[in-house]
Every structure is written in structure tokens, then in C-alpha cells.
Design a protein around this ligand. Sequence first.
Ligand SMILES: C[S@@+](CC[C@H](N)C(=O)[O-])C[C@H]1O[C@@H](n2cnc3c(N)ncnc32)[C@H](O)[C@@H]1O
Ligand code: SF4
Length: 378
Amino acid sequence: MPLPPLSLYIHVPWCIRKCPYCDFNSHAAGSELPEQAYVQALLADLQQDLPWVQARPIHSIFFGGGTPSLFSAKAYQQLFEGLQRVLTLSDDCEITLEANPGTFESNKFAAYRALGINRLSMGIQSFQPQHLKRLGRVHDGDEARRAIEIAQQAGFDNFNVDLMHGLPEQTLEQAQADLDIALSFAPPHLSWYQLTIEPNTEFYKRPPRLPEDDALWDIQEMGFARLAKAGFEHYEISAFAQHGKAARHNLNYWQFGDYLGIGAGAHGKITLASGEIIRSQKTRLPRDYLNPDKAFLSAEQRIERDDAGLECLMNALRLRQGISAQDFTDRTGLSLDAVAQPLKLAQQKGLLEVNERIYATERGQQYLNELLALFLTD
Ligand SMILES: C[S@@+](CC[C@H](N)C(=O)[O-])C[C@H]1O[C@@H](n2cnc3c(N)ncnc32)[C@H](O)[C@@H]1O
Ligand code: SF4
């Protein structure tokens, strides 16, 4: 069984302040970031994961957060030097860094590009002052526009814009204006997330007034039509890309590829030569992660064979293209017979197609939760 492609996720767990809707592993930074100590910890953490590489080149790298753009270019230079000592990056390795708009961050974009970071993912969320304020963002609409311009001038021809919709008291026209402004920069990739209220957030404790379901539906239909007209392929629930610009790193997650996860709270998924699949999780709190008396690895679980089939499909069915039957078998060690029952049921309901690929039909995409539930209850 060939091993799947291997990606690398690197988590940076600090932000200027915590946004009221965010449940990511991100923490308000103190007056000084322990950049040096963290880079050293990341490299030591990676060192322990090296047996999981199994001679594979790195297919993509993603610096996620938190706010990775709080770190200096010098910190990334040291990190790359360390990474390159122990890993081989593929020639076409996609290297993405998540950046927040703001002068402090944008001023570093050119230096990031010079280091070989070849994709920037900018967390814009909205361009409108009242929504940015309600979302607790530290940047304004002008800084958001400016950040995209600076990224383009710095030579990032591959970049993503994150926008959210269904914001507190947002109208259809406002959601449309946000999309139109983003589209005016011709981004190769756009992630358009509907705001969700997550437990353990400020918004959960004090829920804002969100648009009614009908209004949310209208916003969604408007957005899908607008993005299609602008030539975007809607390749995953919230992900839209110009042809050939789908995020390589995320595609690898969704197609049940492997990834090392280093940094506070990072998750990994690794296939061993024996065919066994394991999930790893790193120590979550930054102060514990940086404590030399504590281990980096906080949990490691084996994915049972049957669960692997269901997990693989639950990820891959988020993608319009689904997964090839061959990749399904190669990455789970299972034949399609192992998931024959839910596959058959989903086909009967018109939610799924199976030929040389397994993918959700239009109807399946529309009722994705119903489709995924068939795999959960099997
Ligand atoms: C890892 S997060 C944050 C990246 C970056 N620190 C920022 O805030 O721009 C990636 C993206 O997830 C989206 N996101 C975060 N929380 C969300 C929520 N509760 N509902 C919908 N989208 C969310 C935002 O668009 C965000 O840019
Ligand atoms: S949304 Fe981004 S900036 Fe805000 S707390 Fe979460 S990770 Fe940090």
C-alpha cells in the first residue's frame, strides 16, 4: 500500500487579542512574544515526529493560527533552516502562511515572500467598519484593502482571502458588498465561511442577533451565484478557487492524506508502513508546550480500520470532486465493499455517485449533513 502524500502543519497560538467568535487554539499575546523559544520548541517537536516522515518529501506546509504573521521574518528564516536540515520539500511545495491585516503584519509580507512562503491566507472577514467592530477585529476596512494590495505587490500571486457572512445584523446588500470588494482584487482563492457560534466563545455566552434562516439562505444563494459568475470553482463547502488554485494543503486533509502537526495543540495524521493509521495531538497551552518538563505529544490514537473508511469518506465528501476509488483503497487499506451499506443507501437516496470516483451529487451537496449522517450511523 503506497503511503499518502505528507503535509506539515505548524501552529502559532498567539493573537493580538481574542475575537469573540473564535474557538481556535489562540491566546492573547502578552507584551512580548517568546519567538525564539517557540521556534526552538517547534524544531524539537519536529525532531520527535521524524520517524513518521518515512522518507517522504513534504507536499505542502501551512502556518496556521492564531496569527502566524505576528512572528518576524527572522523567526521563519530560522525555522526554515531547521526544517530544511531534516526534511525534503517537494519542488512544487505549497507554503501558506495565515496573516491578519494590519500594518504590523503587512510590512512583513515582502520578507515572507523572499523566504519562499508562496501563498498568503489573509483573514479579512469583512470590509465594513460596523461588522469588523462587532467581530472584535483589530483592523479596519482600509487596512484590509491595503493588506491585499501589499501582498500583491510583494509578489504573492497565489493568495486566499477569508471572508465570513451571516454576521450579526448583516443585510444581503452588505454581504454582497464584502464579496464585491474582495473580488475587485481578483483573488485566486476565496474562503467564504458562514459565521457559526461555537461553545467556549464570547458570542456563545452573549449571543449576537444573527440574520434569520431565510435571510441566511438568500445571502448564501447570492454569494454562490456571484462567485460562480466571477469564474470560481466551488470545490468544498466554504472554499472557492480559480481553476488550478485550490489549496493543495487543504485538499490533502480532505482526501485523507497524511500530515505532521507541530506546535501548541497541533493535530497530525500518519499512516505507518504496517498500514496502521494514527492521530496525534500536541500539548495545547503555549506555556505547557514551552515547558521543557512537559512532553510535546499529549495524545496518540490508532484509527480502527472500519473507522478509517468512514472518516475518509466524511472528509472527502465535503469536496465536489470527492475521492478516487483507488485513493480510498490506498489510504484506508479497505475495499469499497467495507462501506457498501452506507454507499448503497446514499446512492438510493440520490445523494451520492460511485464510479471511478466517489462524490456527492448536487442533491448530496445540498443535504450534506444528511449524507454524512448515513456514514455516522453505520
Ligand atoms: C484559523 S482562523 C483565523 C486566522 C486569522 N488569525 C484571522 O483571524 O484572520 C481561519 C478562519 O476561520 C474563520 N472562522 C473562525 N472562526 C469562525 C466561526 N466561528 N465561524 C465561521 N468562520 C470562522 C475565519 O474566516 C478565519 O479567518
Ligand atoms: S479569529 Fe484569528 S485573530 Fe481572532 S482570535 Fe481567532 S485566530 Fe486570533
